[in-house]
Design a protein around this ligand. Structure first.
Ligand SMILES: Cc1ncc(COP(=O)(O)O)c(C=O)c1O
Length: 383
């Protein structure tokens, strides 16, 4: 049976990984500056992670949400301690899109309203309301288009004010650092103003931290660079280091009712074991500190490359913008230099999303290869 052909694939077959390296079926070593799309937070096959999942599956891999699961409570208290998001409540699910679906649904339950405000170039997932709030017409099917969503330009406070004052907006959903769109960020004034506007208009502010959360930005959550209090925070990607897990943090102003949200697999024992191993490792290995140190080192090196016209993002969520499309550059990095990097809908942007365990020697390896590739493709340097 053929696979439903929806992914354009690189011709590489990774079969194993260790920390920031992956190995293909021919034994070739690759440097992973993509982290399987910002998913690998504590490094491939981290011993804590392997041990936690192995022990858990040997005792109990799964039981439903109809019984007590102390691992969920343990995960919630560790997450509260590390994120410093005091008083929020945790609901666990399985992916980023599902986290945003639940976030939007809760916002609608809480406010009794149904229109969503989202932003240009934003990405929130591929399902129902999450895809409708995503600024990409190509992935919105007619069945999704029935959702009431208004997409506004980032940084246009006045436009947000006008929409919220109409009184029918249940949620404003925003990435504090855009991922798929290409690492654009709103201004401090914009974020703080939309937070205030949400509070004034009975609208829930949803921080989509699916890509920029879990330490990747250099703080536990990217919204923590600003003086804002989201009503709901959605998480996935780095949360499980590859094990499918997602979740939302919910402000206590939103009251839980039995049956309001639910899922078969969400918060299962194995997912919690993976999630706990991630949090324990972030803490033990001081990975947020490493993210900040290595980010600084990376950016300093990037500033010395004249072909890089703009450096975007925060922490280990870095965009290098060139004045040409980077498709060929990425191919040369992967096939000739064995380095994985990411792209974005901004075709001139190279996205760097390594495991948070990366070291200076890996950054050096990347810049050595990048310099060589840039010489090879003889890009004219435009001043
Ligand atoms: C910011 C953001 N939100 C939501 C999603 C959707 O997550 P998932 O692919 O796990 O459904 C993504 C995935 O790239 C994302 O980057």
């Amino acid at each position: 049976m053929p696979l439903f052909d929806v992914y354009p694939l690189y011709d590489v077959t990774p079969v194993s990984g260790k920390d920031v390296k992956v190995y293909d079926d021919k034994g070739t070593e690759y440097l992973d500056l993509y982290g399987g799309h910002a998913v690998i937070s504590i490094g491939h096959a981290h011993p804590n992670y392997v041990e936690a999942i192995t022990n858990q599956v040997n005792s109990l891999g799964f039981y439903s949400n109809a019984v007590q699961n102390p691992l969920q409570k343990e995960l919630a208290s560790k997450l509260e301690a590390l994120s410093e998001c005091k008083d929020y409540e945790l609901f666990l699910c399985n992916s980023g899109a599902e986290a945003n679906e639940n976030a939007l649904k809760l916002a609608s339950f809480k406010t009794g309203k149904k229109r969503v405000v989202a932003f240009e170039n934003g990405f929130h997932g591929r399902t129902s309301a999450a895809v409708a709030a995503t600024d990409n017409k190509n992935i919105i099917a007619p069945i999704n288009a029935q959702q009431a969503v208004t997409i506004l330009p980032l940084n246009d406070v006045e436009a947000v004010k006008q929409e919220l004052e109409k009184g029918d907006v249940c949620a404003v959903i925003v990435e504090f650092i855009q991922g798929v769109g290409g690492l654009d960020q709103g201004t401090t004034a914009f974020f703080e103003d939309i937070d205030a506007l949400c509070k004034a208009n009975n609208t829930m502010l949803i921080a989509d931290e699916i890509q920029c959360g879990y330490g990747r930005s250099g703080k536990f959550f990217a919204f923590q660079y600003y003086n804002v209090t989201p009503d709901i925070i959605s998480m996935a990607k780095g949360m499980g280091n590859g094990f499918p897990i997602g979740g939302i943090l919910i402000h206590p102003d939103i009251e839980a009712k039995y049956g309001m949200l639910g899922t078969t697999f969400g918060g299962n024992h194995l997912a919690c074991a993976a999630g706990l191993a991630v949090l324990n490792t972030i803490e033990e290995e001081r990975l947020i500190e490493n993210t900040n140190d290595l980010s600084m080192y990376f950016v300093e090196k990037a500033k010395t490359i004249p072909q890089i016209k703009n450096i975007k993002g925060k922490g280990l969520m870095i965009g290098l913008e060139f004045d040409f499309e980077v498709g060929d550059l990425r191919k040369k990095l992967i096939y000739d230099n064995h380095i994985f990097t990411g792209g974005a809908s901004n075709k001139k942007l190279l996205r760097i999303l390594p495991p948070l365990t990366i070291k200076k020697e890996h950054v050096d390896q990347f810049f050595k290869a990048l310099t060589k590739v840039l010489e090879d493709i003889e890009t004219p340097v435009v001043d």
